[in-house]
Write a protein that binds this ligand. Structure first.
Ligand code: APR
Length: 231
């Protein structure tokens, strides 16, 4: 089976009712990123940070995988599908995809502030954390999210997957945030690259990219047709 590697961003989940970050009406218009997604913001006002992520989890509980997520799951019949997502939601997993790597962490997971690898999973019934919620050693819990300025431990694995891709697809990301945006440079020469996004996205020059100017649902449908015709 050919290896199909897919990089997704917030636009992948937009049709599921989950906000993007940089579109008008996106999350970073409503919140100051420094306040809710940085180690400094956490130092200044941890309660505000916890509230922000508690709100996002509530939004996620209402969201369902959309036609785009479902289409990517169906591609597993014909391809070895690997998804590298910048999204912290679990909609790819809920659609059924088996190989999902979360570059920026996972909304439904939390960890003590002093440990990277002691990770707890929240449940839909109990999906809030507050100041005073601690691990078994009495250490405050924080969201298992990669904040701005923090290392991105999963990038090494993402690079490995990208280097092995036979087909590379980018869906719903403005390619503004590194190191995720730099993954495209690890795609081997001659490998087809597809990009699905209703807006213009800046792509490093010289890279031949087949652009599908559609939202995730319709765009993935078109991608599936193209890939099927090449099987
Ligand atoms: N289908 C596909 N793409 C869409 C749709 C849709 N229905 N609606 C919007 N988009 C596109 C936008 O045109 C834009 O190019 O999704 C992209 C979203 O870009 P951003 O909001 O910048 O999100 P993303 O690229 O995922 O951000 C990267 O930055 O804020 C941090 O950590 C956060 O993971 C996030 C990272």
């Amino acid at each position: 089976m050919k290896k199909l590697v897919i990089l997704t961003g917030a636009g992948m989940s937009a049709e599921s009712g989950f906000s993007t970050f940089r579109d008008s009406g996106g999350l970073w218009e409503k919140y100051n990123v420094e306040d809710v997604a940085s180690p400094d913001g956490w130092e200044r006002n941890p309660e505000m940070v916890l509230d922000f992520y508690n709100g996002l989890r509530k939004q996620l509980m209402q969201a369902k995988p959309n036609a785009g997520h479902q289409g990517l799951y169906e591609l597993e019949q014909d391809y070895d599908v690997k998804i590298i997502t910048q999204n912290v939601d679990d909609l790819h997993e809920r659609a059924g995809n088996h190989n999902v790597l979360h570059l920026h962490g996972e909304l439904m997971k939390v960890r003590p502030v002093n440990r990277e690898n002691e990770i707890y999973t929240l449940t839909p019934e109990n999906c809030e954390i507050h100041l005073g919620d601690k691990d078994k050693n009495g250490i405050q819990l924080r969201p298992h999210i990669v904040w701005f300025g923090e290392p991105v431990p999963m990038i090494e694995k993402a690079i490995e997957w990208t280097e092995e891709a036979d087909i590379f697809v980018i869906i719903g990301t403005s390619l503004n945030v590194y190191p995720a945006a730099g993954l495209i440079h690890y795609v081997r020469k001659g490998i087809p690259i597809y990009l699905i996004d209703p807006q213009e996205v800046h792509i490093p020059s010289g890279l031949p990219v087949h652009i599908i100017h559609k939202g995730a649902g319709e765009g993935v449908k078109e991608l599936v047709q193209i890939l099927k015709s090449h099987l």
